[in-house]
Design a protein around this ligand. Sequence first.
Ligand SMILES: CC(C)(COP(=O)(O)OP(=O)(O)OC[C@H]1O[C@@H](n2cnc3c(N)ncnc32)[C@H](O)[C@@H]1OP(=O)(O)O)[C@@H](O)C(=O)NCCC(=O)NCCS
Length: 150
Amino acid sequence: MKAVEQNKDLVEVRLATKNNLYRIAEMTRALTIHLGAFEWTVENHLKHVTRRFLNPRYIHIVAVKGKEIIGFTGAELKSTRTAYMMKGYVEPQHRRKGVMCLMEAMLIETLKKKGINKIDLRVDSNNKEGKNTWVALGYKTIKEVMRKQI
Ligand SMILES: CC(C)(COP(=O)(O)OP(=O)(O)OC[C@H]1O[C@@H](n2cnc3c(N)ncnc32)[C@H](O)[C@@H]1OP(=O)(O)O)[C@@H](O)C(=O)NCCC(=O)NCCS
Protein backbone atom coordinates (compact mmCIF):
# COMPACT_ATOMS: atom_id res chain seq x y z
CA MET A 1 0.00 0.00 0.00
CA LYS A 2 1.25 3.55 -0.82
CA ALA A 3 0.28 6.76 0.92
CA VAL A 4 0.43 10.57 0.71
CA GLU A 5 -0.20 12.92 3.60
CA GLN A 6 -3.21 15.17 3.10
CA ASN A 7 -4.09 17.69 5.83
CA LYS A 8 -2.18 15.50 8.27
CA ASP A 9 -4.38 12.50 7.42
CA LEU A 10 -2.91 9.74 5.31
CA VAL A 11 -4.43 8.92 1.97
CA GLU A 12 -3.66 5.32 1.07
CA VAL A 13 -4.11 3.53 -2.21
CA ARG A 14 -4.79 -0.17 -2.60
CA LEU A 15 -6.58 -2.71 -4.78
CA ALA A 16 -10.35 -2.45 -4.39
CA THR A 17 -12.29 -5.12 -2.54
CA LYS A 18 -15.87 -6.27 -3.09
CA ASN A 19 -16.96 -4.05 -0.17
CA ASN A 20 -15.82 -0.97 -2.09
CA LEU A 21 -17.98 -1.58 -5.17
CA TYR A 22 -20.98 0.50 -4.06
CA ARG A 23 -18.70 3.52 -3.45
CA ILE A 24 -17.05 2.96 -6.83
CA ALA A 25 -20.52 2.89 -8.41
CA GLU A 26 -21.43 6.17 -6.63
CA MET A 27 -18.25 7.81 -7.89
CA THR A 28 -18.78 6.39 -11.39
CA ARG A 29 -22.18 8.06 -11.39
CA ALA A 30 -20.65 11.38 -10.28
CA LEU A 31 -17.99 10.99 -12.98
CA THR A 32 -20.46 10.36 -15.81
CA ILE A 33 -22.57 13.33 -14.69
CA HIS A 34 -19.42 15.47 -14.52
CA LEU A 35 -18.53 14.43 -18.08
CA GLY A 36 -22.05 15.25 -19.26
CA ALA A 37 -22.76 11.65 -20.23
CA PHE A 38 -25.82 9.46 -19.55
CA GLU A 39 -27.35 9.61 -16.09
CA TRP A 40 -27.77 6.15 -14.62
CA THR A 41 -28.75 5.23 -11.08
CA VAL A 42 -26.04 4.04 -8.69
CA GLU A 43 -27.64 0.56 -8.80
CA ASN A 44 -27.24 0.43 -12.58
CA HIS A 45 -23.60 1.45 -12.33
CA LEU A 46 -23.15 -1.12 -9.57
CA LYS A 47 -24.18 -3.94 -11.93
CA HIS A 48 -21.50 -2.91 -14.43
CA VAL A 49 -18.87 -2.22 -11.78
CA THR A 50 -19.52 -5.65 -10.20
CA ARG A 51 -19.36 -7.44 -13.55
CA ARG A 52 -16.01 -5.81 -14.32
CA PHE A 53 -14.69 -6.45 -10.80
CA LEU A 54 -15.43 -10.17 -11.11
CA ASN A 55 -13.65 -10.32 -14.48
CA PRO A 56 -9.91 -11.00 -13.93
CA ARG A 57 -9.04 -8.76 -16.91
CA TYR A 58 -9.95 -5.70 -14.80
CA ILE A 59 -7.93 -4.05 -12.04
CA HIS A 60 -9.58 -1.57 -9.68
CA ILE A 61 -7.62 0.79 -7.42
CA VAL A 62 -9.12 2.93 -4.65
CA ALA A 63 -7.81 5.83 -2.55
CA VAL A 64 -8.82 5.77 1.10
CA LYS A 65 -8.70 8.55 3.69
CA GLY A 66 -9.62 7.36 7.18
CA LYS A 67 -12.58 5.10 6.47
CA GLU A 68 -13.71 6.97 3.38
CA ILE A 69 -13.07 5.98 -0.23
CA ILE A 70 -12.24 9.28 -1.94
CA GLY A 71 -11.19 8.16 -5.42
CA PHE A 72 -10.83 5.30 -7.82
CA THR A 73 -9.29 4.30 -11.10
CA GLY A 74 -8.44 1.09 -12.87
CA ALA A 75 -7.50 -0.65 -16.05
CA GLU A 76 -8.51 -3.44 -18.39
CA LEU A 77 -5.91 -5.87 -19.69
CA LYS A 78 -6.29 -5.82 -23.49
CA SER A 79 -3.47 -8.16 -24.51
CA THR A 80 -0.37 -9.63 -22.92
CA ARG A 81 1.41 -6.26 -23.32
CA THR A 82 -1.31 -3.59 -23.48
CA ALA A 83 -3.83 -2.24 -20.98
CA TYR A 84 -6.60 0.31 -21.27
CA MET A 85 -6.98 2.83 -18.49
CA MET A 86 -10.48 3.23 -17.13
CA LYS A 87 -11.45 6.79 -16.29
CA GLY A 88 -10.48 8.01 -12.86
CA TYR A 89 -12.24 10.11 -10.26
CA VAL A 90 -11.22 11.94 -7.10
CA GLU A 91 -13.82 13.63 -4.85
CA PRO A 92 -13.71 17.43 -5.47
CA GLN A 93 -12.51 18.38 -1.96
CA HIS A 94 -9.49 16.06 -2.29
CA ARG A 95 -8.26 17.17 -5.72
CA ARG A 96 -4.84 18.64 -6.54
CA LYS A 97 -3.23 16.82 -3.64
CA GLY A 98 -1.59 14.01 -5.59
CA VAL A 99 -4.30 11.37 -5.09
CA MET A 100 -4.65 10.43 -8.78
CA CYS A 101 -0.89 10.52 -9.13
CA LEU A 102 -0.63 7.96 -6.33
CA MET A 103 -3.40 5.73 -7.68
CA GLU A 104 -1.88 5.80 -11.17
CA ALA A 105 1.54 4.85 -9.78
CA MET A 106 0.06 1.82 -8.06
CA LEU A 107 -1.87 0.87 -11.18
CA ILE A 108 1.32 1.03 -13.28
CA GLU A 109 3.21 -1.03 -10.72
CA THR A 110 0.45 -3.68 -10.76
CA LEU A 111 0.35 -3.75 -14.57
CA LYS A 112 4.13 -4.02 -14.90
CA LYS A 113 4.11 -7.10 -12.68
CA LYS A 114 1.69 -8.64 -15.19
CA GLY A 115 4.06 -7.93 -18.09
CA ILE A 116 2.18 -4.89 -19.44
CA ASN A 117 4.39 -2.22 -21.03
CA LYS A 118 1.83 0.09 -22.69
CA ILE A 119 -1.29 1.78 -21.36
CA ASP A 120 -3.84 3.65 -23.48
CA LEU A 121 -6.64 5.94 -22.43
CA ARG A 122 -9.27 8.19 -23.95
CA VAL A 123 -10.13 11.64 -22.70
CA ASP A 124 -12.68 14.19 -23.97
CA SER A 125 -10.80 17.03 -25.63
CA ASN A 126 -12.77 19.60 -23.58
CA ASN A 127 -11.92 17.91 -20.28
CA LYS A 128 -9.03 20.18 -19.31
CA GLU A 129 -8.45 18.79 -15.80
CA GLY A 130 -8.48 15.24 -17.13
CA LYS A 131 -6.12 16.04 -20.01
CA ASN A 132 -3.77 18.08 -17.81
CA THR A 133 -3.63 15.24 -15.31
CA TRP A 134 -2.72 12.60 -17.89
CA VAL A 135 -0.13 14.90 -19.50
CA ALA A 136 1.37 15.58 -16.05
CA LEU A 137 1.53 11.80 -15.50
CA GLY A 138 3.45 11.30 -18.75
CA TYR A 139 0.72 10.34 -21.27
CA LYS A 140 1.09 11.60 -24.86
CA THR A 141 -1.56 12.16 -27.52
CA ILE A 142 -0.99 9.67 -30.34
CA LYS A 143 -4.36 9.88 -32.11
CA GLU A 144 -7.29 12.29 -32.24
CA VAL A 145 -10.95 11.45 -32.77
CA MET A 146 -12.92 13.89 -34.98
CA ARG A 147 -16.69 14.33 -35.04
CA LYS A 148 -19.28 16.26 -36.98
CA GLN A 149 -22.82 16.65 -35.63
CA ILE A 150 -25.29 15.85 -38.43
C1 LIG B 1 -8.80 14.38 -13.14
C2 LIG B 1 -8.74 14.04 -11.64
C3 LIG B 1 -8.99 12.56 -11.48
C4 LIG B 1 -7.35 14.42 -11.10
O1 LIG B 1 -7.22 13.94 -9.76
P1 LIG B 1 -6.27 14.66 -8.68
O2 LIG B 1 -6.12 13.76 -7.53
O3 LIG B 1 -6.77 16.03 -8.42
O4 LIG B 1 -4.89 14.74 -9.49
P2 LIG B 1 -3.44 14.99 -8.85
O5 LIG B 1 -3.57 15.84 -7.64
O6 LIG B 1 -2.76 13.68 -8.70
O7 LIG B 1 -2.77 15.86 -10.01
C5 LIG B 1 -1.57 15.47 -10.67
C6 LIG B 1 -1.19 16.59 -11.63
O8 LIG B 1 -2.16 16.67 -12.70
C7 LIG B 1 -2.33 18.05 -13.10
N1 LIG B 1 -3.70 18.49 -12.78
C8 LIG B 1 -4.64 17.83 -12.06
N2 LIG B 1 -5.80 18.54 -12.00
C9 LIG B 1 -5.57 19.67 -12.70
C10 LIG B 1 -6.38 20.81 -13.01
N3 LIG B 1 -7.64 20.94 -12.55
N4 LIG B 1 -5.83 21.80 -13.76
C11 LIG B 1 -4.56 21.72 -14.20
N5 LIG B 1 -3.74 20.65 -13.94
C12 LIG B 1 -4.25 19.64 -13.21
C13 LIG B 1 -1.32 18.84 -12.27
O9 LIG B 1 -0.10 18.91 -13.01
C14 LIG B 1 -1.18 17.98 -11.03
O10 LIG B 1 0.03 18.21 -10.33
P3 LIG B 1 0.14 19.51 -9.38
O11 LIG B 1 -1.11 19.59 -8.53
O12 LIG B 1 1.39 19.24 -8.58
O13 LIG B 1 0.27 20.70 -10.29
C15 LIG B 1 -9.80 14.85 -10.85
O14 LIG B 1 -9.67 16.22 -11.18
C16 LIG B 1 -11.22 14.44 -11.16
O15 LIG B 1 -11.74 13.50 -10.54
N6 LIG B 1 -11.88 15.14 -12.10
C17 LIG B 1 -13.24 14.81 -12.47
C18 LIG B 1 -13.33 13.52 -13.26
C19 LIG B 1 -12.47 13.51 -14.50
O16 LIG B 1 -12.47 14.43 -15.30
N7 LIG B 1 -11.71 12.42 -14.65
C20 LIG B 1 -10.85 12.19 -15.80
C21 LIG B 1 -11.66 11.57 -16.86
S1 LIG B 1 -10.66 11.11 -18.26
